[in-house]
Design a protein. Structure first.
Length: 120
């Protein structure tokens, strides 16, 4: 037998050395990530700030869910009592948005034509 590496090593199978090297690199990366964490979190002020930010995020999430539920409930109630008016409001809003989109598209096309003409 020779000391040449097995051809299977290069065909997708991994040797013990390669697996050990990958494990060591993963461990090193994990340790590096732990040490590169925000040093402010180690202090009391950092912990308090993190706690306050987490509480604020939770409060915003709960508030957004509450407002969404209230808006949905109000909209369903309004549509149940005034279906024709709700449909007309939606159609009007859609028409206004289409006019705005058309104006933006046309102004963009004009600007593109002007820049093409000026380069010619």
């Amino acid at each position: 037998m020779s000391n040449d590496p097995s051809p299977l090593k290069y065909m997708g199978t991994q040797s013990h050395e390669t697996m050990a090297l990958e494990a060591a690199m993963a461990e090193r990366a994990a340790r590096s990530a732990e040490h590169s964490a925000d040093p402010a979190e180690d202090s009391a002020v950092g912990k308090a700030a993190t706690w306050a930010v987490d509480r604020a995020k939770d409060t915003v999430r709960v508030s957004a869910a509450y407002v969404g539920e209230r808006a949905t409930g109000g909209l369903k109630s309004y549509m149940g009592h005034e279906p024709l008016r709700a449909m007309l409001i939606a159609a009007g809003a859609g028409a206004v948005l289409m006019v705005v989109a058309t104006k933006l598209a046309r102004s963009g096309a004009r600007a593109a034509r002007r820049s093409v003409r000026s380069r010619s």
